[in-house]
Design a protein around this ligand. Structure first.
Ligand SMILES: [Zn+2]
Length: 155
């Protein structure tokens, strides 16, 4: 993949058909089409509900402006269970999505549930060099898998 900024943008709530109809390739910021954000409700083999969001990846180079080159270069799939992101995958083309979806859903269903996580207070985060955004920001550590994750309880 060429050097540049990777991101997702210009989303509208769309369907898999919108996504398949999207032409990947090179554009400028001015003529780049809006990209569909697709949300799917899936179920793993053991019946766990998994929500999958699919975004279009792009990269762009050079200074911001209407002529800035932008390339739509594939899709990122994020799988959520109970609102928590549990797995993700990227593909280069829309027709690969159906191939990776089953594994993605199973991976998300099998992921650690982070039961019994302990909240890390600000001084501990400071000592361990873990980002902490202050009041209303919570940093937790899972005793099972060791993952450190955070959420914002404000608003
Ligand atoms: Zn865990």
């Amino acid at each position: 993949m060429p050097k540049g900024m990777i991101g997702q943008a210009w989303n509208y709530q769309g369907t898999m058909d919108d996504l398949r109809a999207l032409k990947l390739g090179e554009y400028t910021r001015e003529n780049c089409p809006k990209t569909p954000l697709v949300s799917l409700k899936m179920q793993s083999e053991n019946g766990t509900e998994i929500e999958v969001s699919i975004y279009t990846n792009y990269w762009c180079d050079g200074p911001y402006g209407p002529d800035q080159p932008m390339t739509l270069c594939g899709f990122s799939l994020y799988a959520y269970r109970g609102g928590e992101q549990k797995a993700n995958k990227s593909v280069d083309a829309a027709d690969e999505i159906d191939l990776v979806l089953p594994d993605l859903v199973e991976e998300a269903a099998a992921a650690c549930q982070h039961k019994g996580s302990r909240e890390l207070k600000m001084p501990e985060c400071r000592d361990r060099r873990i980002y902490h955004a202050g009041n209303c920001f919570h940093v937790l550590e899972c005793p099972t898998c060791g993952e450190v994750y955070s959420y914002d309880s404000s608003g």
